[in-house]
Design a protein around this ligand. Structure first.
Ligand code: SF4
Ligand code: SF4
Length: 448
C-alpha cells in the first residue's frame, strides 16, 4: 500500500525486509502457541460453510477473504507446511503453504484487517473449531516480527510506557477525578459525596477505560453516583486503573501480562478485596479470564464486572431505581468479549429492565449477537477503517429494526464504533453505558 505521494508503506517495507531468520522466529512462536490440543484438530474443517454467515465481514462484503474458513485455512496451511508429516513431504497435495513474504502480507491484511476476534464463527462452527484463537495465534507470530499494524501497536506501546493506553499523566487523572467529584456532589446534592482515590482497605477497587477521563467523564460520575447510593466502600487508584488491554488484540502475550499485572499491583498496594472492572468488553475478558493465563497465576482476590456489582445492589435493595425516569425505548448491544466470550449475559438486562420504561432486545442477541465491528483492535488500526465501517452495517440494521432511541452498551470500545455507525448509517440514536442509564434512574433519599 503506497500513499498518494508514492511513499512506501513502512509496514510493507518491513515485510519486504524480512529475512529467513525472522520467519523462523515467527514460526517458532506459532508452533509454541498452537499446542497439541489445537494441532490435533487443525485438519478438521469439513468445508460445510456454516461459519460464512456468522461473520459480519462476510455478510456484508461476500468476499472470499472474509470467510472464517478462509482465514482459518491461512493459518492451518502454514501449520501443515512446517509441523505436519504429510504437509512437509507433499505440500502440494495437502494444501500446505510456506510462510514467506507474500503469506505474511496476506496474514497482516486478512487476520488483522478482516477479523475482530468476535468468536461468532467459533460458536457456529460445525466442528467446534476455535477460529479466533488460531487467528490470534498467527497475530502473535506477526507481533514478534513487529508487524502489528500502526495504531494498534502504538496503543499497546503507550499502555506499557505510560501506564494507560491514552498516555494520561497521573497529575491529570487525579485532577480530573477531583473535578468530577464536584460534579458528583452537585448531582447527588451532597457536599460529602466522594470519588475516593487511593483509599487503603476499601472493599472495591474500580477500574476505568482511559477514554472515560479523556472523552466521557460523566460515565465515571454515573458509577460514583451508584456507589454513593449503595453506601459502598470503594476507591479509584491513582495508578494502575486502566481496565483495557489491547495486547489481547495484538497477540503480544508478554505485553498483555505486563498490563494486567498492573491491576494486581494496585489491588495489593491498596489492600482491596474485589477488583471491579468498568464497562469494557475486552478489558473484562483480559482481566477476568486471560490475565491468569498470561501471568500463569491465580489471582488472590475476586474479580467482578461493575454490572455484577450493580445487579447485586438492585437484588439486595441497596439502590432504588425508578424506570419511569428513562422513558425512551432502549435497546442493548452485547459486547462480544463481555457476553459471548466473557459470560456476563443477564446482569445488563436485569439492570436495564429496572432502569428503563421500555427495554427492547435486538435480534439476534446475547451470545448470538453480532459484533459491532469495533473489536479486535479495529478502532485503532486506521488503515482498515472503511472495512470496519462497512462491516458494521449488520449491527446498524439490527439497531434500526428495534426502533429504539437509545442504545446501551457496557463497553467504551463498542461505544466508539456505535457512535461512528450512528453517524455513517444515520441511525439517530443516543448511545450510553448501562451504568449511565441506571444512574439516571436512581432514587436518592439523601440530601444535605
Ligand atoms: S472471529 Fe468474528 S470477525 Fe473473526 S472470522 Fe470469526 S466471525 Fe469473523
Ligand atoms: S463451520 Fe467450521 S467446519 Fe464448517 S467451513 Fe467453517 S470452519 Fe470449516
Amino acid at each position: 500500500m503506497d500513499d498518494a505521494r508514492g511513499k512506501k508503506d513502512p509496514l510493507e517495507e518491513r515485510i519486504e525486509a524480512l529475512s529467513s531468520d525472522d520467519l523462523r522466529r515467527a514460526l517458532s512462536v506459532f508452533e509454541e502457541k498452537i499446542h497439541s490440543a489445537y494441532a490435533a484438530y487443525l485438519n478438521s474443517c469439513v468445508h460445510c460453510g456454516l461459519c460464512a454467515d456468522s461473520c459480519h465481514y462476510y455478510l456484508v462484503d461476500k468476499d472470499v477473504h472474509s470467510l472464517p474458513a478462509y482465514k482459518l485455512n491461512l493459518v492451518v496451511s502454514v501449520f501443515k507446511r512446517y509441523f505436519d508429516f504429510a504437509g512437509k513431504k507433499f505440500p502440494g497435495w495437502v494444501g500446505a503453504e510456506e510462510l514467506d513474504q507474500a503469506m505474511v502480507k496476506e496474514w497482516v491484511d486478512t487476520l488483522f484487517g478482516r477479523c475482530s476476534l468476535c468468536g461468532r464463527c467459533f460458536l457456529n462452527c460445525s466442528m467446534g473449531l476455535n477460529i479466533p484463537y488460531l487467528i490470534r495465534t498467527a497475530r502473535s507470530a506477526l507481533a514478534v516480527l513487529d508487524l502489528v499494524p500502526p495504531g494498534l501497536d502504538s496503543t499497546v506501546a503507550t499502555a506499557i510506557e505510560k501506564g494507560n493506553n491514552m498516555g494520561i499523566a497521573e497529575k491529570d487523572w487525579i485532577e480530573t477525578v477531583q473535578w468530577l467529584e464536584e460534579e458528583l456532589q452537585k448531582e447527588v446534592n451532597d457536599k460529602d459525596a466522594k470519588l475516593p482515590m487511593d483509599k487503603k482497605g476499601a472493599k472495591l477497587l474500580y477500574t476505568v477505560n482511559p477514554r472515560e477521563p479523556m472523552f466521557f467523564p460523566l460515565s465515571i460520575v454515573a458509577v460514583g453516583k451508584i456507589f454513593c447510593a449503595a453506601s459502598e466502600s470503594w476507591t479509584l487508584p491513582s495508578e494502575g486503573y486502566d481496565v483495557t488491554n489491547y495486547a489481547l488484540y495484538s497477540g503480544d502475550d508478554e505485553s498483555a501480562g505486563i498490563i494486567s499485572e498492573r491491576l494486581i499491583q494496585s489491588m495489593e498496594k491498596l489492600g482491596c478485596q474485589t477488583l471491579v472492572l468498568g464497562e469494557c468488553g475486552h478489558g473484562f475478558n483480559s482481566n477476568r479470564w486471560e490475565g491468569p493465563e498470561w501471568l500463569s497465576k491465580k489471582y488472590p482476590f475476586e474479580v467482578k464486572s461493575i454490572l455484577e456489582v450493580v445487579a447485586d445492589y438492585i437484588r439486595q435493595g441497596r439502590i432504588k431505581l425508578d424506570s419511569s425516569l428513562n422513558q425512551e425505548p432502549i435497546t442493548l448491544h452485547d459486547p462480544c468479549n463481555l457476553v459471548r466470550l466473557g459470560g456476563i449475559v443477564e446482569e445488563q438486562r436485569y439492570i436495564l429492565k429496572h432502569s428503563a420504561a421500555q427495554f427492547v432486545e435486538m435480534y439476534p442477541n446475547r451470545e448470538k449477537n453480532f459484533c459491532c465491528g469495533g473489536g479486535g483492535g479495529q478502532l485503532a488500526m486506521t488503515r482498515f477503517s472503511q472495512r470496519r465501517l462497512d462491516a458494521g452495517k449488520t449491527k446498524a440494521e439490527q439497531i434500526r429494526k428495534t426502533g429504539a432511541k437509545m442504545v446501551a452498551t457496557p463497553c467504551h470500545n463498542c461505544i466508539d464504533q456505535l457512535m461512528e455507525l450512528n453517524k455513517h448509517y444515520k441511525l439517530g440514536v443516543e448511545i450510553k453505558t448501562v451504568c449511565e442509564i441506571a444512574a439516571n434512574a436512581l432514587v436518592l433519599d439523601r440530601g444535605k
